[in-house]
Design a protein around this ligand. Sequence first.
Ligand SMILES: [Ca+2]
Length: 161
Amino acid sequence: MKTISTQGPATQQAGRPGGIRGRLIRTGAVLAFAAAAVGLTGGAAQAAPAPAGVGAANVCTLEVLSLTSRDLQETGGDEIKIKLAETKFGPWTFSVVPWERNASLNSPTKAFTGTIDVALREFDGVTYTTIDSFVTGYSLGVHDVVLDNSNTIYEMSYEIT
Ligand SMILES: [Ca+2]
C-alpha cells in the first residue's frame, strides 16, 4: 500500500511497458509496419514487369576458355588477338598445330547486353587480318566455334554466363 501511493498512477502506467497500453501501442506499430511492408511488396510486384523486361536483356558475360590452332595463318607462326566487342586481348603466339591454349589465355572476359561481337585477328606489327568473327547472344553454357578463313583454322571454346 505504501509503495503504490508514492508512485502514483501516471508514473506507474508509463513505467510499465508490459501494461495493456504498451501492448496496444506495440501491436499497432507492428500492424503499421506490416501494412507498410505489404505496401512495399505490392508496389514492387506491380512494378515488376518493367524490371523483368530489363532483366530479359540481362548483363551476360562471355569468357574465352580455350583457343586451338588447327592451321596457321603464317608459316612462321601467328600472333593471335581476340576482340570481344571493343576490347582486345592478346596477342598469343601460335607456332605449331595443334596448340590448345587455355590457362595461358588468362581468361579473356567481356560483359555484354543483347549480343556481342567476337573476332579473331592475326597481327603483323600495326596491321591485322581478321581471320573470322561471329556474333552471339545470351546463350548460356559452353560453346565451341570454328574460326577460319581460306587458309587458317582456329577453334575457340567460350562460355556465356
Ligand atoms: Ca603475324
